[in-house]
Design a protein around this ligand. Sequence first.
Ligand SMILES: Cc1ncc(COP(=O)(O)O)c(C=O)c1O
Length: 455
Amino acid sequence: MMTSPSATAILSAFEERMDKPTARDLAHAVSRAIRDGVLPPGTRLPPIREVATQLALSPTTISAAWSLLARAGAIRTDGRRGTTVADPVGPSSTRYRRALEGQSGFSLDLSTGVPDAALLPSLSRALGSLTTAGTPSSYLDAAVLTGLREVLLNEWPYVASDIGIVDGAMDALDLVARSALRFGDRVVVEHPCFPPLLDLLDSIGADVVGVPLDGEGMQPQLLAAALASPTAAVFVQPTAQNPSGISTTPRRARALAELIEGAGTLVVEDDSAGAIASAPAISLGRWIPERTVHIRSFSKSHGPDLRLAAVSGPTPLIESMLARRQLGQGWSSRLLQRILLSLLTDEASRAEVQQAQREYARRRAALVDALAKRGVAVGGTDGINIWVPVQDEAAALVRLASQGIGVTPGSPFAILPDMPGHIRVTSGLVATDHEALADQIAAAAHATGWTGRGR
Ligand SMILES: Cc1ncc(COP(=O)(O)O)c(C=O)c1O
């Protein structure tokens, strides 16, 4: 096992690498000491006062240096263990992988959570109207097309001051999490929750608390209990929640808004279903615009490979997200924005998306009704996925896989105990033969592991 260097060795490593008595210079010195291998991951840094005394600097300078290093992910501060050198291993996508990895080779793959390509609007009219990719006059040109901003602000579920365009809902969630949250912040999520969001929150060291849903959305009494401790943000999916298919009702949205306002926290709404949800778009921003971040993805409605989402929120937060983005990709392709604008304004394209929404609702209802006849009660009402209760998750997966059917295990979505368990089935991909598929899913839902769980 590698031994940690002593406080004296750490402080002289800093001193040797410092030129000027500034926070920035100290931060550089610490980074260099980490890079040189003098401070291995996990090394505990001496307390701020001790560093200040030994280096003859003020505690404020040391704190400022520590903030710079924490922002860069080089060190972590955690009340119990103090400040330690962070592990250089990148963020992990454990739940995401557990949910989706190894899901290939099925004759019917219902594990993907993606829309049916046949139900996406045709791009031919949108592409036909584009003649060149266009040249920005500068890299600082307006990041959002004016026409797109107007269309979206008109359709937005609350009166937002502005709209940003980013590369999909995950990009928006990543930017929000990095701008609004700090290591150790407490955040509330829905149980069950979209696994990549849980991986993202893990990657920034958030303390994640799950609150269960009922048929109307997040349960208010349980949210109130969770908000009794200081909470930095509440993450919800307002419509067609993935995986449960629950759309928050206006009555519930209002109750949640009151609680969130009372707690003085932020709500981050991930509307990934967008225009393919049957329920009308809803946002807590109607009641608490200054506390709401609202994200709308166009992946399900217009195509995952457009990689576009729109986001609104409190001005200082959006400004800090976009300033961060300026240092990276800067803006989302305006060429893609022009395609999206055409799809959102062309009557025929709008009709195609409305038709897709009705078809997803029909497919969902057909499978849910067929399962109900077989004694499997599926909750939720909306979207392209159904959340099927099963006796034994592993047994259900194995049984369906043996019949060439891929579905997603429920456990990566669980943030609280989920017994006996669930599987997620992308009903949006099933156009026909719902009765036969329901026979197979119902048999899998009732299957128990042959190793005899609980014996
Ligand atoms: C709840 C939820 N959030 C975010 C996403 C990702 O959206 P995007 O493709 O816009 O990044 C998905 C995709 O399935 C989702 O279900």
